[in-house]
Design a protein around this ligand. Structure first.
Ligand code: 7RM
Length: 650
């Protein structure tokens, strides 16, 4: 046993580089200094009320800021608002109708410019289309679309009439779509013939048709023409979007909705296999996503903001649709993959639209590292001002690469920790106020309570622990659709009075938070609780390594042994032994992988998170568990084949 066995996770690695915001950045920043943290610390409810009043238009004021009946919260109780009015009408009424909402870029190279007036007009018509299909307040509508402006229109049209949307990412199968439609008992499905991906059309309507064979609640299907692929239309049930829109009334009033009106369900895979319909409501959600989008990205009126997520994920909901549109921002929306037609597609888009704020995921950054610095170097990226990261821990070396090769050494990086369940960003720097350290998400945002605890729920002030949230926040999930017992059990039962959703983290001497990945991934090697993230970061610190995934495999001597899967940077070479020694030097002998496998790709979810569970199956020679959420199943099959070769040990 290690001498610190009471610790949830041993903290092995400490990073000392620091990046304060420049004077030039601070001079123009919305927040420099600590005033916002100080205000919120004195009265967090008052702070949120102030944000709700400043950032959102209400048709009726609320009576109570927050009603907290653990684990159930209501925010801005008694208040009324229309989310679509806040994202559209009020900007147009204020004379900003000609401002671009979306510079949309199709993968084949076609483009569309959508202003706030355009988006409002389209949304009103489509809201009337939905009404015509029998959709009303409280109904659920499923959305299964590519990354086209109609996805935002569909979501906003639901919000306008008080129907809840449930967006299913276009990469999901017929089976997944069917389960999600049935769980939500959706009335209408909005889909497209197909969309573009890596130069080809991928079919959506034919996949949806398969799902629709067993979705009794669906009475109408709306199909957007995008891919141009051949589709079957079922008489009476299926309608073309453009036909319905041409016939629709152009005016649809934005009626006030209750602050706690269900805005959307978003399904996230649970440990038991049955996806959970995470519930988000209106007033609190919109307040927090508008607040975080404005201050975390230091939003100015002339910004061109680009979040590369898909609207099928929470990042697309909160930081493409609701946060940026509530703030009246101009965005880029891109349909396709980062490597079509070339590996510099993102950098080309940044250059042509003068993108100032860029938000992407570590998996993308590590992929860019693989492709080499020549790709971004082909383009002028000097418009960029703030870079964001979300989805996984960002390894310090990936952070440095992002900083140098994309940010030109000049842009603050905001590493934003949050979840589908939290609805909005919870832990992140404020770019004009926070001195960052590569790989740390730094501090909870003003108004947010986060603490680490040990196995027994006792607060930890330095070193590793379980990340918990200590009080309700406006954009928190309101539960799991149809299963509030599962909600209580999943998030509120492990530590008394605290929200816990599975992540480990460590606190350094300066109080900075370092996310260590899911606690299910923590390895136990000879009694040391070692986080996969730390060993991965040590591997990525080697100049030849672009990406690494580390797992603990059962070992007769040490309990678990560290097994690493490594992808090299373009053209680089290194031996297994050199890498093992490198990790030994970086964090110590205890963290040296027992074996390292080189692989061109790692198994990832469709949203880009590394699936360590499958790598554990491979390392322990088991049959693969559930692979339905895997982006590319060939990757693990190949690794399984190679695992037949027994690795060396020293
Ligand atoms: C936004 C999103 C949530 C899980 C979360 C973490 C991981 C997300 C970070 C991160 C370290 C980050 N929602 N995660 N952001 N880990 N640093 N900045 O990704 O519901 O799909 O995933 O993602 O494990 O619990 S999500």
């Amino acid at each position: 046993m290690s001498d610190n066995s009471s610790n949830a996770i041993d903290a092995l690695q400490w990073e000392n580089r620091r990046f304060p915001p420049s004077e030039a950045f601070k001079d123009q920043a919305l927040v420099a200094g600590t005033f916002m943290y100080d205000t919120a610390a004195q009265d967090d409810l008052g702070f949120w009320a102030q944000q709700a009043a400043e950032l959102i238009d209400w048709s009726t004021d609320w009576e109570t800021i927050c009603e907290w009946n653990l684990p159930f919260a209501k925010w801005f109780v008694g208040g009324q608002l229309n989310v679509s009015y806040n994202c559209l009408d009020r900007h147009v009424l204020a004379g900003r109708g000609d401002k671009v909402a979306f510079h949309w870029v199709g993968e084949p190279g076609d483009t569309r410019t959508v202003t706030y007036s355009d988006l409002l007009a389209e949304t009103q018509r489509f809201a009337n289309v939905l009404k015509g299909l029998g959709v009303g307040r409280g109904d659920r509508v499923n959305i299964y679309l590519p990354m086209i402006p109609e996805a935002a229109v569909a979501m906003l049209a639901c919000a306008r009439i008080g129907a809840a949307h449930s967006v299913v990412f276009g990469g999901f199968s017929a089976h997944s779509l069917r389960d999600r439609i049935n769980d939500a008992e959706a009335k209408v499905l909005i889909t497209a013939d197909g969309g573009y991906r890596r130069g080809d059309v991928f079919a959506l309507k034919p996949v949806a048709d398969e799902a629709l064979e067993s979705t009794p609640s669906i009475t109408g299907v709306v199909v957007v023409r995008r891919g141009g692929n051949e589709v079957a239309m079922q008489e009476g049930r299926d309608h073309w979007y453009h036909d319905l829109m041409a016939a629709a009334d152009p005016v649809c009033a934005a009626d006030p909705m209750d602050s706690e009106q269900l805005l959307f369900l978003l399904y996230t895979s649970g440990t038991t296999g049955k996806p959970k319909g995470i519930m988000h409501t209106s007033g609190g959600y919109l307040t927090q996503v508008a607040f975080t989008h404005k201050y975390v990205f230091d939003l100015h009126d002339d910004d061109v903001y680009w979040c590369t997520a898909d609207v099928g994920w929470i990042t697309g909901h909160s930081y493409i649709v609701y946060g940026p549109l509530a703030n009246g921002a101009t965005q880029v929306m891109y349909e396709g993959v980062p490597n079509f037609p070339g590996n510099d597609r993102f950098w080309e888009i940044i250059e042509s639209y003068g993108v100032t704020k860029f938000y992407t995921a570590p998996t993308a950054i590590r992929t860019f590292m693989k492709w080499g610095i020549e790709e971004p170097a082909k383009h002028d990226l000097s418009s960029l001002k703030v870079l964001g990261s979300v989805g996984e821990p960002i390894n310090p070396e990936a952070w440095m690469w992002y900083h140098e090769h994309i940010g030109g050494g000049r842009c603050p990086i905001v590493d934003t920790w949050w979840q589908t369940e939290t609805g909005g960003i919870m832990i992140s720097p404020l770019p004009g106020a926070t001195t960052t350290k590569p790989g740390s998400a730094t501090f909870p945002l003003p108004g947010i309570g986060a603490e680490l605890v040990d196995e027994n729920g006792v607060r930890v002030d330095r070193g590793g622990g379980y990340l918990t949230l200590t009080r309700p926040w406006p954009s928190m999930l309101r539960g799991i659709w149809g299963d509030q017992e599962r909600y209580r059990e999943t998030y509120w039962s492990r530590f008394d009075g605290r929200y816990f959703a599975g992540d480990g983290a460590k606190l350094d001497d300066d109080g900075y938070l370092w996310l260590l990945g899911r606690v299910d991934d923590v390895m136990n090697v000879s009694g040391h609780r070692i986080s996969t993230t730390e060993v991965e970061s040590a591997l990525v610190a080697h100049p030849s390594v672009a990406e690494a995934a580390v797992v603990g495999a059962t070992d007769a001597t040490t309990g678990q042994a560290i097994i690493a899967y490594v992808t090299l940077r373009g053209g680089a070479e290194v031996t297994e032994q050199d890498l093992r020694n490198f990790v030994g030097e970086e964090i110590g002998h205890i963290a040296k992988p027992k074996a390292i496998y080189f692989t061109p790709d790692l198994p990832k979810t469709r949203s880009g998170k590394i699936m360590r569970r499958l790598l554990r199956d491979v390392a322990e020679g088991r049959n693969l568990g559930d692979t339905s959420t895997l982006a590319d199943a060939n990757v693990v099959t190949e690794l399984q084949r190679r695992a037949a070769d027994v690795p060396a040990e020293d």
